[in-house]
Design a protein around this ligand. Structure first.
Ligand SMILES: [Zn+2]
Length: 309
C-alpha cells in the first residue's frame, strides 16, 4: 500500500509540475504578446503623435514673430557724427542747379497718397490750427516729421526775437569765458531740398532720412532754430555744451531733441540744436523735463506727413 501511495503521489506531483510549467509558458507568451502590442503602439501611434507636435512648433514661433512690435526709425535732422561739415556748409549755397533731379526724388519719395492718408493724432485739450500752410499747436509754431512748412514760407533769416535772445545769450557766455556762436541758423526750403536730395540721390531716401530732414520738415526754415558751435557729437560734455544746456532756457531756448526723447521728437539727441519758444515756455519745459511733442501732445512721424508742396 505504501509503495502504491508513493507512486500515486509522484504521479500527482509530476502532473502538477506539468500544469505549472504550462501556466508559466502561458504567462510568458501573454507577457511577450503584451510587449509586442506596446512596441507596435509606441512605434506607430506614439511616434506619429510626437511628429505632429514637432510639426506644430514652427507655426507657433511664426505666429509670435508676426505679433512683434514695429519700431520706427529714428534719425537726425542735422548732420550726425562723421559728415557734419559738408551738408551744413553746402546748405548756405543757393539751390537752383539740381531742380530736375530734385523733382524726381521728391515725387518718388512722396511718403503718403490720399488713399492711405492717416490723420495725425493730437492729444485731447490741445488746439491745432493751420494758417497759410503753417501749423500752430496751442499757438506755437510746429515743424517736425509730421508737420512741415510750405515751400513759400521764407522769413529770410532768423526771427528777430530769436536772434536778439541768442545775441544776449552769446554775450553772456563770452563774458563767462565760454563762447557760443551760431554754426547753422536760418535755412530756406530750397537749401534743405538740395541737401536732402543730394543724399537721396547718392544713398537712397532711407539713408538720407537718417542724416537730413526732408524739405519743409527742417526747423531751421522757421527762423526759430539754430545749431550752436557744431553739429558733431564731440560737443557733448564740453564747457560750451554744458553751459548751453544749463542756461539756454533763461534766454527762451530749449534743447529741441533731448536725449531719451527720440520716440517723441522722431530725432536722435542733438545737444547743439536749440529752438526759440520764449522764456516762460522754455523754463516750463526744461523744469518739467518735457520735449515739445510731449508738451503739445503731438506726433513727429513721416507716416502722418501732409506736405503741401
Ligand atoms: Zn539743427
Amino acid at each position: 500500500m505504501r509503495t502504491m501511495d508513493n507512486e500515486m503521489q509522484r504521479r500527482r506531483r509530476r502532473a502538477q509540475q506539468r500544469r505549472d510549467t504550462a501556466k508559466a509558458y502561458g504567462v510568458m507568451v501573454g507577457f511577450f504578446a503584451f510587449l509586442m502590442v506596446m512596441a507596435i503602439y509606441f512605434m506607430f501611434f506614439h511616434n506619429k503623435d510626437s511628429e505632429g507636435k514637432a510639426a506644430e512648433l514652427p507655426k507657433v514661433v511664426n505666429e509670435n514673430k508676426n505679433t512683434q512690435e514695429v519700431n520706427f526709425p529714428v534719425s537726425s535732422p542735422d548732420e550726425s557724427a562723421g559728415t557734419p561739415a559738408s551738408a551744413e556748409a553746402t546748405s548756405s549755397q543757393p539751390a537752383q542747379t539740381d531742380a530736375s533731379a530734385a523733382e524726381s526724388v521728391s515725387s518718388q519719395d512722396a511718403p503718403q497718397t490720399p488713399q492711405n492718408k492717416v490723420t495725425a493724432p493730437v492729444a485731447e485739450g490741445h488746439t491745432l490750427e493751420v494758417k497759410d500752410g503753417v501749423t500752430y499747436v496751442d499757438g506755437i509754431l510746429v515743424v517736425n516729421k509730421t508737420y512741415s512748412l510750405p515751400r513759400t514760407y521764407a522769413p529770410g533769416g532768423l526771427a528777430p526775437e530769436a536772434e536778439a535772445a541768442f545775441n544776449q545769450m552769446a554775450n553772456d557766455s563770452w563774458g563767462e569765458g565760454i563762447g557760443l556762436f551760431i554754426c547753422s541758423g536760418y535755412r530756406t526750403y530750397q537749401e534743405q531740398e538740395e541737401v536732402y536730395n543730394r543724399y537721396a540721390n547718392e544713398r537712397g531716401t532711407e539713408e538720407a532720412d537718417k542724416v537730413s530732414s526732408r524739405p519743409g520738415h527742417s526747423e531751421h526754415q522757421s527762423g526759430l532754430s539754430m545749431d550752436i558751435n557744431t553739429t558733431d557729437y564731440w560737443f557733448v560734455g564740453t564747457p560750451q555744451q554744458l553751459w548751453l544746456e544749463a542756461h539756454c532756457a533763461d534766454y527762451g531756448f530749449i534743447i529741441r531733441f533731448p536725449e531719451g526723447k527720440e520716440s517723441y521728437t522722431g530725432f536722435e539727441y542733438e545737444p547743439w540744436h536749440i529752438r526759440y519758444v520764449g522764456v516762460e515756455l522754455a523754463k516750463k519745459l526744461t523744469e518739467q523735463g518735457l520735449c515739445l511733442e510731449e508738451y503739445l501732445g503731438i506726433t513727429s512721424d513721416y507716416r502722418y506727413a501732409t506736405d503741401q508742396n
